[in-house]
Design a protein around this ligand. Structure first.
Ligand code: SAH
Ligand code: MG
Length: 216
């Protein structure tokens, strides 16, 4: 995982972050060994603060992977929530299901297997918080639908929006990533302009966007 911040800043902030509960630590180790890009500790910590403040009852996640962030959210809210999470890879769905069924939150998390671009249009309930952490080239499309699925007063957290810093400067862009980078730039401009929402782009982890839907 490439970091966008100076190493000494990351190291310092990470040292401050309290260690997670056992089953999450096991997942962190699995992710590290198997190169699964789970949410980074400083981003996880920001999410915990937001979750404790907002106490969302219904959460939607785009991009389950092994179920780490879903379980982190469930644990942070002590299970007082329901989480729907979307994943297109069968192997990931199986792994996630396995981790989730061995946790205390099996009945709180539902995995839907499929491409988020399709699944998002099959959902018709509303959510208090949406965590967007999947194909970065599709964030605008995810957002366009998420806007309608989000309750007023709800929040969208989008991960990896600065994409190894490439989004912020052409100097870092590698050629085969140029399309994703351009799309992320459009996404970030868009969320900062769209009416009824207020956003912040935060340079921790791989870049996080917070997008708040105004109450009215
Ligand atoms: N949120 C997880 C990490 C997700 S990694 C955590 O922090 O623990 C991103 C995941 O999104 C990958 O498993 C990938 O297969 C999935 N993904 C990417 N694009 C997708 C799409 N369009 N629909 C569904 N899943 C997608
Ligand atoms: Mg991520």
């Amino acid at each position: 995982m490439v970091n966008i911040n100076e190493e000494y800043i990351n190291d310092y902030i990470r040292e401050l972050v309290p260690e997670n509960i056992d089953f999450l630590v096991k997942m962190e180790e699995y992710a590290e060994e198997n190169h699964v890009p789970i949410v980074q500790p400083e981003v996880a910590q920001l999410m915990k603060v937001i979750l404790r403040m907002k106490k969302p009852k219904r959460i939607l996640e785009i991009g389950t992977a092994i179920g780490y962030s879903a379980l982190l959210m469930a644990e942070t809210l002590k299970g007082d929530c329901s989480i729907t999470t979307i994943e297109r890879r069968e192997d990931m769905v199986e792994l996630a299901q396995d981790f989730i069924s061995r946790s205390p939150y099996e009945d709180k998390i539902e995995i839907i297997r499929g491409d988020a671009l399709e699944v998002l249009y099959q959902l018709d309930e509303k959510y208090d918080l949406i965590f967007m952490d999947a194909a970065k080239g599709q964030y605008i499309e995810f957002f366009n639908r998420s806007m309608d699925l989000l309750n007023p007063g709800g929040i969208i957290i989008a991960d990896n929006v600065l994409f190894r810093g490439m989004v912020a400067t052409d100097e870092l862009v590698i050629r085969r990533k140029i399309t994703i980078v351009k799309r992320l730039r459009r996404f970030l401009s868009y969320i900062n302009e769209v009416e009824g929402f207020v956003s912040a782009t935060i340079p921790i982890g791989d870049g996080v966007a917070l997008i708040y839907r105004e109450e009215s």
